[in-house]
Design a protein around this ligand. Structure first.
Ligand SMILES: NC(=O)c1ccc[n+]([C@@H]2O[C@H](COP(=O)([O-])OP(=O)(O)OC[C@H]3O[C@@H](n4cnc5c(N)ncnc54)[C@H](O)[C@@H]3O)[C@@H](O)[C@H]2O)c1
Length: 327
C-alpha cells in the first residue's frame, strides 16, 4: 500500500484520489480552499468509499510518500514553494496538471527541480492522457501514460493507479514529450471550440486535429521530445478527446470565443480551469524564439490576445500559399 497526498481537491484531484483509494492505497486530499473541501465532502455519498481531505498542507505533505499535483499550473510554482517550507522527507512527485509556465516556458518537472530541495525529490512522474474526470468518476474505461526518465518511478505510479476494471496506465520514459504534448493539446482544443462556435463542422475539426498534431510534433521535437510520444495517449489520445468532448473546458471556452465573446468574458463564465489560454502564451514564445511554423497555434494566440476576429483570422489560414502536405 502506498500513501498519497493529492494537492488540489478539484475534479481531477478527487477523481485520481478515488482511483488510488479504490485500488487499496491511503489517500489524503489537500486544497487551500475550504469550499473545495466542502464540495468534495458533499459529493462523497454513502455508497462511495470515503477518503479524508484537509486544508493543512503540512499534514498532507507529511502523510504522502507520493505527492500528486492536481492544481492549475498557474499556481504550481507557489504551491511548490509552500511545500518546500514544510517537506521533511524524500517524496515521489507526480504531476497531473497540464500546462507550461509563460515567460520561463518551464515544464512542471523543471519547476519542481527549481522549487523543491533536491534531497526531498525521489523522482518525478507526469501522469497524462485522454481522461476527463467526469468519465473516470463513473468508471468508464480510461487509458493514460505515466512518464518518467526513471522507469521504476513510472512503474510505481502505473501500479498505484492501474486496476483491471476501468483505469489502465502505460509507462514511457519520454517525460519531455508527455509534458509538452499535454500542454499544447489544450491550445488546439481552444481552436476546436472556436471553429465549433463559428458553426464549422466535422470536416474542419478533423483537419484541425490532424494539422494541430503536426504543430505539436514540431514544437515538442524541437524541445527534445521523442516523435513517437506525439502519437501516444498523452499526444494524439489527449488531443482527440479534448477537441471532441464537451467535457473539455478548453473546448467550452473556445466555443464561447467563437460565438463572439472575448477571452475575459469566456473565462469569467467558466467555473473550472482553462489551461490552454495560458499555455498559448508559452507556446507563442516557443514558436517565435525558435522560428517554428505553427499557424494554428499562432491564430489562437492572435484571437485571444490580439482580439482578432475569429472568422477573419481563420480565413487568413485558408488564404496561405498552397503547398505540399508536410507531416
Ligand atoms: N478535470 C479533468 O478532467 C482533468 C483531467 C486531466 C488533467 N486535468 C488537469 O488537472 C489540473 C486541475 O484541473 P481540475 O479540472 O481538477 O481543476 P479544478 O478547477 O476542478 O480544481 C483545481 C483545484 O485546485 C485548487 N487550488 C487552486 N489554487 C490552489 C493553491 N494555491 N493551493 C491548493 N489548492 C489550490 C482549487 O481550489 C481547486 O479545488 C489542470 O491542469 C487540468 O488541466 C484535469
Amino acid at each position: 500500500m502506498e500513501r498519497l497526498a493529492i494537492i488540489g481537491a478539484g475534479s481531477w484531484g478527487s477523481a485520481l484520489g478515488k482511483i488510488a483509494y479504490d485500488n487499496g492505497h491511503a489517500v489524503l486530499l489537500y486544497d487551500n480552499s475550504k469550499e473545495a473541501i466542502a464540495r468534495f465532502n458533499s459529493k462523497t455519498t454513502a455508497s462511495s468509499r470515503i477518503f479524508q481531505a484537509t486544508t493543512d498542507l503540512k499534514e498532507a505533505v507529511a502523510f504522502g510518500d507520493i505527492i500528486l499535483l492536481a492544481v492549475p499550473t498557474s499556481v504550481i510554482r507557489s504551491v511548490l514553494k509552500e511545500i518546500n517550507l514544510v517537506i521533511e522527507s524524500e517524496k515521489v512527485f507526480v504531476n497531473a496538471s497540464k500546462g507550461l509556465e509563460p515567460k520561463t516556458i518551464k515544464r512542471v518537472s523543471e519547476i519542481v527541480e527549481e522549487e523543491i530541495k533536491s534531497k526531498f525529490v525521489k523522482g518525478f512522474v507526469a501522469l497524462s492522457g485522454p481522461s476527463h474526470a467526469e468519465e473516470v468518476i463513473l468508471e468508464m474505461l480510461t487509458l493514460v501514460t505515466a512518464a518518467s526518465p526513471d522507469l521504476k518511478q513510472a512503474q510505481l505510479i502505473q501500479r498505484v493507479f492501474s486496476n483491471q476494471t476501468y483505469f489502465r496506465v502505460y509507462t514511457l520514459t519520454d517525460l519531455i514529450g508527455v509534458e509538452i504534448c499535454s500542454a499544447l493539446k489544450n491550445i488546439i482544443a481552444l481552436a476546436s471550440g472556436i471553429i465549433a462556435g463559428l458553426g464549422y463542422g466535422d470536416n474542419t475539426r478533423a483537419a484541425l486535429i490532424t494539422r494541430g498534431l503536426v504543430e505539436i510534433k514540431r514544437i515538442a521535437c524541437m524541445f527534445g521530445a521523442e516523435e513517437k510520444t506525439v502519437f501516444g495517449l498523452a499526444g494524439l489520445g489527449d488531443l482527440v478527446v479534448t477537441c471532441t468532448s464537451t467535457h473539455s473546458r478548453n473546448f467550452q471556452a473556445g466555443y464561447k470565443i467563437g460565438s463572439g465573446k472575448d477571452l475575459e468574458q469566456a473565462l469569467a463564465e467558466m467555473t473550472m480551469v482553462v489551461e490552454g489560454a495560458r499555455s498559448a502564451i508559452a507556446a507563442h514564445e516557443m514558436i517565435v524564439e525558435n522560428n517554428i511554423y505553427a499557424p494554428i497555434i499562432e491564430a489562437v494566440y492572435d484571437i485571444i490576445y490580439h482580439k482578432f476576429d475569429p472568422r477573419e483570422r481563420i480565413m487568413l489560414l485558408m488564404q496561405n500559399d498552397l503547398k505540399e502536405e508536410i507531416l
